[in-house]
Design a protein around this ligand. Sequence first.
Ligand code: G6P
Ligand code: MG
Length: 483
Amino acid sequence: MAQRRCKIVATLGPACDSPEHIAALISAGMDVARLNFSHGHADEHRQRAAWVREAAAEQGRHVALLGDLQGPKIRIARFADGHIHLEPGDNFRLSTSHPLDAGNQDVVGIDYPQLVEDCRAGDELLLDDGRVVLRVESVGRDEVRCQVTVGGDLSNQKGINRRGGGLSATALTPKDHADISLAAELQMEYVAVSFPRDATDMQQARKLLADNESDAWLIAKIERAEAVADDSALDGLIQASDGVMVARGDLGVEIGDAELVAIQKHIISRARKQNKLVITATQMMESMIHSPMPTRAEVSDVANATLDYTDAVMLSAETAAGDYPVDAVKAMDRICQGAEKHPSSQQSGHRLYQEFSRCDETIALSAMYASNHFPGVTAVISLTESGYTPLIMSRIRSPLRIFALSPHPHTLGRAALLRGVTGVAFNPTEMPSSEVDQFAIEALLSRELVQSGDWVILTKGDVYNSRGGTNSMRLLQVREALV
Ligand code: G6P
Ligand code: MG
């Protein structure tokens, strides 16, 4: 597991709700625990976060917490009998005035008054991730009248998307505001924003985090058709965020499954080129909700995302509500490692002809170029305040491990999501400045991460413990301590 570069995000939920279960997920390879704010109460999240922190400390691992905001997912209300069954050709209405718990065979309530403004005759509405499809026939003052084109069971509070996107709800709801302060309280390293439309949604989330004294890194979930309609929309979201998530569930519903794979590849490469991290999510090991083994198609999906150099692959219901949460993490761990043996995972042709824009970026990328080309090098060591320098390094393909050395637990947690990066606790201000490099090497030697005779590359700045200042790289040979 120590050698795996692609990271594993696992969603916590009822299927792994004890300290022992969470410890087992961590030892199986979970690098980032996702707390899904669409489900569960604040106290459940507090409890799970505490279990993660405790188990990680016990195992000497740095595991990040990622809070995933619910966002403005539009949902139908409830049925008097809990569910109905629709046949193709049936007429069915979505009503903003119908009582919210009295849906029936003809009509169901919806708590989203703008629906009537967002919809036109001829639109296609996809319910429950596209399992039921309605065609809009006409729009009234307080209802949308539809005909069923794909029938099926429909139960309480299923989500609605419009084919092609365009439902206009704002990204951050009052519940998201409350969950942002919870994320800050729990010192989460990452917060993911659902359904952001553009950079302003991300900026607003960042401001709310700052108001709550959190500097969590922000992930934009790419899940609206508008977000991938052209490169300027996508780049705007990428630039305003620290990373993105290819949120294939809702995105697939809005743009259709045929486009999804090409768009996934595009998002991964576009994010990396802009020095941002990227998570690939949804249904990666779906069959493992009920089966101890993944299908060959799932194996191939995880392996291909790994080969495309995603920072992390994600598990949702597989770990939150499935029958085999630990096996799902183990399977991902194994498949990622298998894929990483392929030469294309290790050689970089990236940015050879591109200019760099910052001093620390130049050092970080040069360090990777040097380490990939000098055969004796076994590790790259980056002294980092915020995690930024190792983030840049890990945009480059390499077979070598990158060690993020920092005194800050929050930064070490962040590093858990970065591909090929391992956090190591290290405080340069506690040592004479002329001996920092040797102490850094000894921190790795004592953990048997490097050996006497290896070469390492070490980056740092003139001043210790201040961000953005990386301006030097040294090529050092590992020697046992002389004392
Ligand atoms: C640590 C080192 C500094 C270095 C900085 C880079 O604080 O002591 O010498 O400049 O990390 O931090 P950054 O957050 O930019 O990766
Ligand atoms: Mg989603």
